[in-house]
Each structure stands twice: as C-alpha cells, then as structure tokens.
Design a binder for this molecule. Structure first.
Ligand code: SF4
Ligand code: SF4
Length: 305
C-alpha cells in the first residue's frame, strides 16, 4: 500500500481572497502558517518514507512564493513530484506570470493547478487564468485548470470561456463543506455506483495530519479523519495508520455505497447522495460509525455481491 505515498501539504491557510464557496474556510479566518525550517524538516522526513507526491495547497501558496520555491526545490532534489494549487492572483500581466512560472519551472515544479470558478472569478480576473496557462505553455510547465462547478447552467459561460481559450481543464464538483455548506443544492440522482474514494491525506499548518484532504477536520462529531499530530507522531507512523485503518481501506476498496446499504440505507436514498455527502452521513455520525467499526472485520467485510 505504501508504494506511492502522496499528500496535500498545507503550508498556510492564509488567502488573499474570500470565495463564497471556499471549502478551506468556515467563516472564521485562519492565517496559520508553518515555519519554513520545520516545513523543510517534514519534507526531508517524507522523502525518507517514500512520499512521492506533494501538493502545496490550503490557502494561497503564492502568498509565500519564496518559501514554496524553497520547498519545491527540496522536493525536486528528492525526486518528489510537486504541485502548487493557486487562484492565479499573481498573473495580472503576461510579464508577471512569465516571471513566476519561469522561476517555478527552474526550481523543478512538476505541475501548476489553477483554480477557476464563477466564485473565484468574482475576485480574480479571468484574464489572469489565461496568462498563467499561457506562461506554463511557454515555459513547458505542466498545468491544468481546476474548474470548480455545481454543474448548473450558471456555469455554462465559465466552461465556454475555458473552451474558447483552449485551456486544459477538468471539472471538479463543488464540495458542500466550509462556506459552501450553506449553499442550496439541487437533488441529484446518480447510478448505483460504488463510491470508492482514493482519499488523499492532508497536513495542516498546525501539523495535524488527516486521512482526507477535502473533509479533513470537517467531520467534527467524530473527528473520523484525524490521524495525529506530528509533534507526537512521526510521518511514517501516520502514513501506516492511514494505510492500515480498516474503515479507510473499505472506503478505498469497497466504497461508500455498500457500507450505506449494510447500514440499511434504502437504495433509492443512496442514489440521491453526492459522494462526500454520503461519506458524511456514514462517518460523521457516532451511531453509524460505531456500527461500522464493530462490524468492519466481520459482517461488513463480507457485504458484497
Ligand atoms: S477557494 Fe481557494 S482561492 Fe478561494 S478563498 Fe478558498 S483558498 Fe482562497
Ligand atoms: S468521499 Fe469521504 S474520504 Fe473521499 S473526499 Fe469525500 S469526504 Fe473525503
């Protein structure tokens, strides 16, 4: 299981804008930031325990450009694939974006992931996104645009803009966590799909490690995804915990649908949930979690077709 460890690395939760849909925020502003020496030490430790991919995320990493450059250089030295997730505020002109992208490429960044949505673009000009992508193309830096969408018609103009500018993008479903929790949402009907999840772990600026980078500390009734703090545990130990936790393993392999069915959820209800909503129903409920924990190695494990 540990042959391709990767992690979302939250150097800082500080951001320069305040998107209405931000999953990383729940109203209370947080500017927690790592100390660069400590961040370097953790990446050294990660390199020693087979971490092969680090995604710099959380708030806006470009606010700490020199620090992240330093960490990207360290990743490159250890052969770690590095990604930076950004809102693109820095790409005001081609000259600005060329300068930043050339530096990132020179230090060995593997990929730039540029966020785009109708909520981001209330704060950041759309042209910034085009500039950032064009600079990546010019300097040979792999990029993609993460197009966050609720799949409503309100996003048609955004998608058309990406297509008109021939930008490489992938739609990312809006997550109804953080500030987006209060958004109204349309009901959906999915197929009766397994709802497996690969579960990318996340390290916060406070050195808390979580098994899921999207929900992380969101499941507050159970704290289900919390693995531990690096003040008390080493990196390798928390990765092993993540990889051997029986319910995480079932999320990855069996999927949430079978677990919901095992608990007695009706099939016609299961198909109405988005994946992360179903996950929350199962694991942010003390009662459901307790039932799943008790049966994880017995009845639940054999609940399959
Ligand atoms: S979604 Fe990203 S860019 Fe927007 S406020 Fe949150 S961290 Fe900042
Ligand atoms: S399905 Fe669960 S584990 Fe996967 S991203 Fe959503 S909340 Fe996290």
């Amino acid at each position: 299981m540990n042959n391709m460890r990767k992690i979302a690395f939250g150097y800082s939760t500080k951001c320069n804008i305040k998107c209405e849909h931000c999953v990383a925020a729940d109203g209370a502003a947080s500017d927690a930031t790592m100390e660069i020496g400590k961040a370097r030490a953790i990446i050294e430790e990660m390199a020693c325990c087979n971490v092969k991919g680090i995604s710099f995320t959380a708030g806006e990493p470009f606010l700490f450009f020199n620090d992240i450059l330093n960490l990207v250089r360290l990743c490159h030295k250890h052969g770690i694939y590095s990604r930076m997730v950004t809102n693109g505020f820095w790409a005001k002109t081609r000259a600005h974006s060329d300068h930043a992208v050339a530096e990132l490429k020179a230090e060995g960044l593997s990929q730039l992931r540029i966020s785009f949505s109708r909520w981001h673009q209330k704060n950041i000009r759309r042209e910034n996104i085009v500039n950032a992508a064009a600079s990546c193309q010019q300097y040979g830096l792999d990029y993609f645009i993460s197009f966050v969408t609720d799949f409503s018609e309100a996003d048609d103009a955004c998608e058309q803009f990406l297509r008109d500018n021939r930008l490489t993008f992938f739609p990312e479903p809006l997550l109804y966590f953080g500030r987006a929790e209060r958004f109204s949402r349309s009901r959906i009907l999915t197929d009766y799909q397994p709802n497996t999840c690969s579960m990318n772990p996340y390290l916060s600026p406070e050195f808390d490690m979580f098994a899921c980078c999207d929900a992380g500390n969101r499941f507050t009734h159970t704290n289900f995804f919390f693995l531990g703090n690096l003040a008390e545990h080493d990196v390798a130990g928390l990765f092993v915990k993540n990889e051997t936790h029986i319910l995480y393993t079932l999320i990855r392999n069996m999927g949430l649908t079978s677990m919901a069915s095992f608990l007695g959820f009706k099939a016609r209800d299961i198909v109405k949930y988005r994946k992360c909503e179903l996950c929350e129903m199962l694991f942010n409920s003390k009662e459901n979690l307790s039932k799943l924990e008790k049966s994880a190695t017995s009845d639940l494990a054999s609940w399959k077709r």
